[in-house]
Write a protein that binds this ligand. Sequence first.
Ligand code: GLN
Length: 493
Amino acid sequence: MSEKTKLTDFNVKEAMDALTNGRVSSREMTEAFLDRISAHESDIHAFITTTPEMALEMADSADDKRARLKNAGETVPSLLGLPIAIKDVLCVDGVRATCGSKILEQFKPPFNATAVQKLLDAGIVVLGKTNTDEFAMGSSTENSAYGVTHNPWDMDRVPGGSSGGSAAAVAAKFSPAALGTDTGGSVRQPASFCGVTGIKPTYGRISRYGLIAYGSSLDTMGVLARTVEDVETIFRLTAGFDERDSTTIDMPISDAVCREGADIKGLRIGVPKEYFIEGIQPEVEQSVRAAVDKFRELGAEIIDISLPHTEYALPVYYLIAPAEASANLARFDGVRYGLRASDENMMQMFTESRGAGFGPEVKRRIMLGTYALSAGYYDAYYGQAQKVRTLIRADFDSIFTTVDVIAAPVAPTTAFKIGGHGDDPLAMYLEDVFTLPANLAGVPGLAFPAGFDSSELPIGMQLMGKHFDEATLLKLAYVFQQHTSWHLKTPVL
Ligand code: GLN
């Protein structure tokens, strides 16, 4: 194995150690990842845009900065020189942000998303922008206008979505970590399908400024990496109050939780019966139940629970998310961003630009959302959905008086075949049954590897926690990863 191949084996922690002790430069590491991307990207298609020149410039300046700070005896920013991939719905100054849509094909934001800015301040190097379903609407990347991403475990299968490019990039070792977003499962489900670890933090924990909006009351930025420790490192740096996002709040995250001696004894894990439904792939259920047993063996207390309104999460989400999307996407009109299909007259510019720029799933959701919000139907659909959302949230509030976290599968199946759901949007929506409730309730969720099925596809499990209690999820998953090796398996490309 050449030195460079080894570098791409590094996870975040190993990469940071190697950079800190001077064993490798950021340029060497960045080149190694770029080389691996060049070698395999045509098979996987994890990226919509790669930024090799920018990455190498950033790496060189990180190396210069490290030398300067070291000489001056000053503190070196924690991630200085670490390469990272970023989902294409997050703004990086000067790099096009397509959101997987033709309507933004040429859009280059003139600013950084707050979370991206924080990571740039900590020293990261941007490798590129990862593939996503158009405007994050989907569960497979098949709705991307730029083609599907292939799952590194099986090229005929989807990587999950919408952050499928990010999950595939981490699984394929194109990048030690990646940023994603999760509106209804888009970090957790692809993490599960690709055998990596991913967090959807509490709503309001990480700023949404510069995250191109899909469903504003549901959207959260999230992190994907190969270990929970790595996820924690990056999550911490992105979190916090931002005056540009009035829904963020300043809540401390308890001290580093992924560390030796972490103790989960006595933590109460609830297992909700509504998450083990008919139709779930038997191997998924078996692996999740085995993982729960492992937690019991490690000292946690396991309690059977019920979240009675779970079955309404899917219809509620598919009213609220499209309703919010229909409002958020109204800004793409041919005037301000990206594509302008015609400028005959104003109406024609609106309709033709939107007609040409949006793909079928986005149009479907705009129509659903506009309908649900229309004067005659608002109370019957949107208003009703909001009420049921409150009940779903109340399920969580009440159960968290008796348990500390909830354990569940991430998705009912492992990665499905590309084209497997054909033209059936409902079959695709069903992929999200176990991830949507956390978004509707605003609670944090963490997905991590817990097994493989008979086709050697990764199986993920999910922990959900109290608002702003990501720490307990991270701690549990950390202890789990200390005692299991599912997360250490990687696909051979
Ligand atoms: N699959 C869900 C949807 O299509 C969730 C997507 C997401 O979390 N961005 O809306």
